[in-house]
Design a protein around this ligand. Structure first.
Ligand code: M6R
Length: 607
């Protein structure tokens, strides 16, 4: 799971390789490296840690080549050391790789028997050695050497190669992992995504499964799996390169939390005509065509699916399931022709979600993708696409993308309820107008962020935190716990508050902070009873509730944070915000790397 880039040009490429890698760092940041061909030789540099450490190293290495490759890594095979960092090199070949070669051990043994030595523990080095053998022993040309090698590989890969002595050739190929080409004037580009290419070119295309491409500065030849030269659809990017500017904020996550009132307005403005109370939506299916909805995602995106499950069953009366993408495809789930499958993803590149989508496509054409990155693999695989319009999200911990997923799912929920006539015109208007309240409510909570910050001292001194919610706030408790784990490295668990007595109550003692979400909705009293049980065992309750809930919980705890009153259907969206702030301020207190937490990557492109 990594980001790769390659440039062949009439100008030097090193600086642009680094700029491209900066845009790809969301795919991994354990280590990075570059290689260029200059004066017929391969020059390379690698470094562990963030891209900055490679940049510092390169200050003393002025590689002046006009063809080069770069890589930013999220370790799969082998620790994140300099030796395991890409590019991997032999005498004649340098290669960067995104993906996993499942049968690499088989080749490694073969090569070891033939006397080949390995430096790293990676699967990628095997590819470099196989291509080297084809070139130096079997005297193959580079294109042939790559094609014969990839024929034998199992797993997923996007690969980019350069060759000693060839200053105007880059070869790339893909299977399972995405790869885009950018076309320039006397230069051409290849990269894991279109966003990084948008720095250099607006004219792009995507390679298809098994394609191999040979790029020179003047020419791009794409070969399909049969070796035939083919054209792939050219697209003109209309978005500007992602702005990597934090503005007045210390972290991207902080910026992304605080810009949510504007992001929500932007999303609603895009799809909702407030004065006429009408929706202008992309082409979407009619709910009357389906008997069941299956919502699928990973991590935070899965939690938005879980929230939507409550919404769809309640408002539309349609049986709805929420599924973890990483579990879905391997348990042979039943997918019927009249099911609607909704895939939710910020990046549109999550390998588990793509895997589940491909599985579902074998049984049904009813595939809707709710995605934030519009130029993503999922967008190309789905029948319908509903973009979340949150703008680029850089912080690894998802905040504004989650909130925009909830809003899109709520809009879809309202549309489906109208299709099925399970709500009246008046209810529909009330729901649409209700959504417009959100920016103001978010701004109101954000203006009290310092009160939430004070609460976070309690967390840094604990080893574990419990998040409790019931009904539609159960998924929000899960999301709150995930956020805290991701960026503060504190153990946290989300639980349905009614489940507490069935086991986890054993964890409660005076050192356990319990974040409770309990506004005055239909399950208020039940949850209050569950929280009394926590209090009786001396758990430290931090309660988020509304005005009425506060009044009724006076005897429960002193740590009460009052959130604005809102309609029931807005509750999950509203109660997400304080939990984002808790995670952020706790991480700040602990001094962790908020935007690029250890072991994680923004986009998880391996299964
Ligand atoms: O790009 P996706 O929405 O498909 O990503 C899914 C998860 O990997 C992602 O939500 C992850 O859990 C986040 N880091 C959560 O903050």
């Amino acid at each position: 799971m990594c980001g790769i880039i390659g440039i062949v040009s009439e100008k030097q490429v090193l600086d642009r390789l680094i700029d491209g890698l900066e845009r790809l760092e969301y795919r991994g940041y354990d280590s990075s490296g570059v290689a260029v061909i200059a004066r017929e030789e391969i020059f390379h540099s690698k470094s562990t840690g963030k891209l900055n450490s490679l940049k510092n190293k390169l200050k003393h290495n002025l590689f002046d080549g006009c063809v080069g490759i770069g890589h930013t890594r999220w370790a799969t095979h082998g620790e994140p050391t300099e030796i395991n960092a890409h590019p991997h090199l032999t005498r004649n070949v340098a290669v960067v790789h995104n993906g996993i070669i499942e049968n690499f051990a088989e080749f490694k043994n073969e090569l070891l028997e033939r006397g080949t030595r390995f430096n790293s523990q990676t699967d990628t080095e095997v590819i470099a050695k196989l291509v080297e053998e084809k070139i130096s022993k079997e005297k193959c040309q580079p294109l042939e050497a790559v094609r014969l090698t990839i024929e034998r590989l199992r797993g997923s890969f996007a690969l980019c190669f350069i060759f000693r002595g060839l200053e105007d050739l880059l070869i790339a190929t893909r299977k399972g992992s995405p790869l885009a080409l950018g076309f320039g004037d006397k230069e051409n580009f290849v990269s894991s995504d279109a966003a990084s290419l948008s720095l250099f070119s607006k004219k792009i295309c995507y390679l298809e499964e098994g394609d191999v491409v040979a790029l020179t500065k003047d020419k791009v030849n794409i070969f399909d799996t049969s070796g035939k030269i083919v054209n792939r659809d050219i697209q003109i990017l209309n978005s500007d390169p992602v702005n990597l500017n934090k503005g007045k904020f210390k972290h991207f996550m902080e910026k992304e939390i605080f810009e949510q009132p504007q992001v929500i307005s932007q999303v609603l403005g895009f799809y909702l005509n407030a004065s006429k109370e009408t929706l202008s939506l992309p082409t979407l299916p009619e709910a009357t065509e389906f008997k069941r909805i299956i919502l699928i995602g990973c991590g935070t995106a899965f939690y938005s699916c879980l929230v939507a499950k409550y919404w769809f069953e309640k408002l539309c009366g349609l049986p709805t399931h929420a599924e973890l993408a990483s579990e879905f495809r391997y348990r042979s789930p039943v997918v019927n022709k009249d099911d609607l499958l909704v895939f939710v993803s910020q990046s549109g590149e999550t390998a588990d979600t793509i895997g589940a989508l491909k599985y579902a496509r074998e049984y049904s054409k009813n595939i809707l993708a709710i995605i934030n990155v519009e130029q993503s693999s999922m967008a190309r695989l789905a029948t319908w696409v509903f973009p979340t319009k949150a703008g680029p999200e850089i912080g690894v911990a998802s905040t504004k993308a989650f909130v925009s997923q909830l809003i899109i799912l709520k809009i879809l929920n309202i549309k489906f309820a109208s299709d099925l006539s399970t709500i009246s015109k008046e209810q529909r208007s009330n729901l649409l107008i209700g959504l417009l309240e959100l920016p103001r409510l978010y701004a109101e909570i954000l203006s009290k962020n310092q009160n939430i910050r004070k609460l976070c001292k309690k967390f840094t001194r604990s080893n574990s935190v419990l998040y409790l919610g019931r009904d539609i706030l159960y998924p929000i408790a899960l999301e709150g716990a995930l956020k805290l784990k991701e960026i503060s490295y504190l153990h946290a668990e989300g639980y349905a508050s009614g489940e507490l007595k069935h086991g986890p109550i054993a964890l409660i003692d005076k050192s356990m902070p319990v974040v409770a979400l309990n506004p005055s909705t239909q399950v208020f009293e039940k949850t209050l009873s569950n929280l009394e049980e926590v209090k009786a065992r001396k758990g430290k309750i931090i309660l988020f509730t509304d005005e009425k809930g506060k009044e009724l919980s006076k005897d429960l705890t002193k740590s009460i944070f009052q959130l604005p009153n809102c309609s029931d259907f807005l509750v999950p969206i509203l109660y997400t915000l304080p939990l984002q702030l808790i995670a952020y301020y706790t991480a700040l207190e602990k001094g962790t790397d908020v935007d690029q937490p250890r072991n994680l990557a923004k986009s998880v492109t391996v299964e």
